[in-house]
Design a protein around this ligand. Structure first.
Ligand SMILES: NC(=O)c1ccc[n+]([C@@H]2O[C@H](COP(=O)([O-])OP(=O)(O)OC[C@H]3O[C@@H](n4cnc5c(N)ncnc54)[C@H](O)[C@@H]3O)[C@@H](O)[C@H]2O)c1
Length: 270
């Protein structure tokens, strides 16, 4: 029997990309799903796909930056199923732009979605997760939560913050008895629409960003990413690296010391 079969699993940002593939794979495995996304149409479509494969999920239109709505969603999920055993804080956006050119509002927007969205989801669901026999929190950082990259300061800042928040939470949960396992996920490039919907600083060519991402950066399919994430989450792995590029970034940042930026620059420029 699949690990998540018959477990209640909430996924944010389930309307596209990795979130949708997590939902579909979990539906196939017989999980009981609480899907949400800020796009009503997108989450409804994911819900339809899941219902064709397994138990019908609940679908909720939810912006993870709306703290009151996230708290309501967590309470409603618990009321509906009587338990919650896993939360995937997956919703996120990409930002491209240098520090000098990116307005403060871009930094705030990316932090609101990519960092505060994770905090909102975690704190809303945690009281429910802590009542389960065994539960999981799975937070999406990024390979850009392992290494700083030019033109990505707002995104880097948010994803490094997710990493610190989640790594600390893991130790809190271990001290609380270890029933809530906590995983930090670091995907490399995954072929989703994230670059097409990226927020870009003035002067950045959004279409060129998407072309480069889809043509050269994104090497892993969202379905393969979902499989890696689910395997890591089921094992309660602290650090889930998705794709060879993420593995490489992890190795180089840990072993090349002060030279890691130059090494990665050479690898990714070729
Ligand atoms: N695709 C990659 O290469 C990659 C790499 C590293 C990390 N990630 C992370 O993985 C996660 C999923 O990314 P993806 O590539 O599947 O993106 P995607 O753009 O394909 O899907 C993201 C989904 O999140 C939803 N969303 C966006 N803002 C939201 C908000 N405020 N509230 C609720 N839902 C919201 C969107 O509507 C969309 O359905 C993100 O956290 C992203 O940062 C992706």
């Amino acid at each position: 029997m699949a690990y998540f079969a018959d477990r209640v699993v909430a996924i944010t940002g389930a309307g596209a990309g990795i979130g949708r593939e997590l939902a579909v794979a979990l539906a196939r495995d017989g999980a009981l799903l609480a899907l949400s996304d800020k796009s009503a149409d997108a989450v409804a479509e994911t819900g339809r796909r899941c219902a064709a494969l397994g138990p019908a999920p609940t679908t909720t239109t939810l912006d993870v930056t709306d703290r009151a709505a996230v708290l309501d969603h967590a309470a409603a999920t618990f009321d509906h199923y009587g338990r919650v055993e896993a939360l995937f804080n997956n919703a996120g956006i990409l930002h491209v732009g240098g520090v000098a050119d990116s307005p403060f509002s871009d930094f705030e927007h990316v932090m609101d979605v990519d960092f505060w969205g994770v905090v909102n989801g975690t704190k809303a669901f945690l009281p429910h997760l802590m009542t389960a026999e065994r539960a999981h929190v799975v937070n999406m950082s990024s390979a850009f939560g392992l290494v700083g990259m030019a033109q990505h300061a707002p995104y880097n800042a948010a994803k490094f913050a997710v990493r610190g928040f989640t790594d600390s939470l893991r130790q809190d949960m271990r001290a609380a008895g270890g029933r809530v396992r906590v995983s930090t996920v670091y995907p490399g490039g995954v072929l989703t629409s994230i670059a097409r919907s990226a927020v870009v600083a003035p002067g950045i060519d959004a279409a060129a960003v998407a072309r480069r991402f889809e043509g050269h950066v994104a090497r892993t399919s969202p379905a393969a990413a979902a499989r890696t994430i689910l395997r890591g989450a089921a094992r309660g792995e602290a650090k889930v690296l998705v794709g060879l590029d993420a593995l490489l970034v992890d190795l180089v940042t840990r072993f090349a010391g002060s030279y890691h930026e130059r090494v990665l620059d050479m690898v990714f420029r070729s």
